[in-house]
Design a protein around this ligand. Sequence first.
Ligand SMILES: O=C(O)CCC(=O)c1ccccc1C(=O)O
Ligand SMILES: [Mg+2]
Length: 330
Amino acid sequence: MDAPALPGLDELRGSARVVSLPLRVRFRGIEHREALLIEGPHGWGEFAPFPEYADDEAATWLSAAIAAAWQPPPSALRSAIPVNATIPAVPAADVPAVLARFPGAATAKVKVAERGQVLADDLARVAAVRELVPTVRIDANGAWTVEEATAAIEQFGGLEYAEQPCRTVEELATLRGRVDVPIAADESIRRASDPLRVARLRAADIAVIKVSPLGGPARVLGIAEQLAAAGMRVVVSSAIDTAVGIGTGLATAAALPELPHACGLATSRLLLDDVAEPPAWNAGTMRAERPVPEPAALQRLAATPERQQWWLERLDRCHRILAERPAAAV
Ligand SMILES: O=C(O)CCC(=O)c1ccccc1C(=O)O
Ligand SMILES: [Mg+2]
């Protein structure tokens, strides 16, 4: 599908709402998730690059928000999406309380290799999850060397897959030759200048795809098609999105020809409050629907005036970057 013409800045600013959502448990070191939401002719889009990301990277998140709100959603091939529980790097004793938020989920993704923790913490957390959920994957966010990853994966045993165990594509390729557990790439796709390099180097079995950093549903479906042609399986995941971003992720997952693994789109359950009720949950699946923000929730969750100003200035800068980017790269 052709990229839509870039809406003007005034049009974006006109509907922009900046929210700050409280998390139940610390995740990626944060306790609040901020997002700027915009409304276009095809509904709402979410612009929520993490605050530390530079403008050039953040601009791609803006093109995803615009695509969600200014383009029709992709055609759905299914109406319910299997999703995984997401377990932050909490103490093992807290695992049952976190999992209680995901009733019936058959798959859990466990965060491991958190700074300040040791492998024994991860092993205890994974063991606690296994008592309650049959299928377990881990996500190390690139923190391990190849040697550390090899040893850790051996000790966990029987994982569905290991997500971004090491930082570089080369390390992933080496590790993949050494262990039996499937390797998934996340940062190696969403933060790479070339998201297909991981496929060319046969560095992973599975591609974790996030719609916002990759520029929107249509672009993601194009990348997914190429990854699948290279023999990779695709999982759609969130970046701790508001209900708007989750809706875009679910719509994208619904349009994928193959969906062999549960998607990381249940992260609404890690939030204390949201801009809308997330789509209905049924025993580890979510309905592929796009929630519409509730005016009262937008008001209740409004960021401070200082943070609103910060996000609007970031919107201006990213809009300028997109206006100067060749259309094919937006
Ligand atoms: O995939 C999931 O289960 C949830 C999403 C998730 O883990 C995540 C959320 C925000 C930022 C990074 C990540 C990640 O996958 O590394
Ligand atoms: Mg990840």
